[in-house]
Design a protein around this ligand. Sequence first.
Ligand code: HPA
Length: 269
Amino acid sequence: MNSFARAERAGVELVERLGGRFDAAVVLGSGWAEVAQGLGAVTGEAAAETITGFHPPSVPGHGGALRAVAAHGKRVLVLAGRVHLYEGHPPSDVVHGVRAAVAAGCTTVVLTNAAGGMNSEFEVGQPVLISDHINLTGQSPLAGPAPPNGYAIRFTDLTDLYSARTRLAVRRVDPSVGEGVYAGLVGPHFETPAEIAMLVRMGADLVGMSTVLEAIAARHLGAEVVGLSLVTNAAAGIAGALDHQEVLDAGQAAQSRIADVLNTVIRVL
Ligand code: HPA
């Protein structure tokens, strides 16, 4: 089965198992998992590995749940247990959740992540809307065999990839939410200070290890894309040394702030 057909099958399973079609999807990044609990009532749940093409959680007992949540009059599909390139998975697996979500009816995909901040205006703990991205993974979810009949051609336009309408609406409600360009790298190591200096010159404000391939796949399928980063640390060479625990702690400290922003995003969709 090709990766598009596999995602369509997963979409059908999600609709059957979680009680109907969806309006929007939220992909949870580091730091965002608990926030999604506060979005609304959970009306259905499935373990990721019970749906076609989804991976079991890489840390047993953590994440990996696919949930239906009722929020602001919308049916939201909340996807935990994101798959990363740095785990050795191919791009088609990295974007499987997004493709399945669109097959399950989602017309908007909200991609959340933790990111290093390179813009001096950003503070640790600040939520930032992604305005555009620089894909430095060297990969595309659209490389490989052409998409099957019925799909858009692979030469996807990425102009205005991240919904300007949603960014405007969110910042009207909360002007403290930042906006910036996200550079997506493979990782899993953090960057060198020289790499960060290069990324700043390229015009990036945020750096992370996810999101860019999922955004491309969602756009190819015609979905509206929203990107939301939590700045968990100043990028390498800007403040002190980097530490994964620091990233996790910053996520923990920012819970109520990012919960508010995610709620606002869903409300204005
Ligand atoms: N670099 C890359 N990915 C990240 C960072 C960072 O500084 N912080 C959180 N995710």
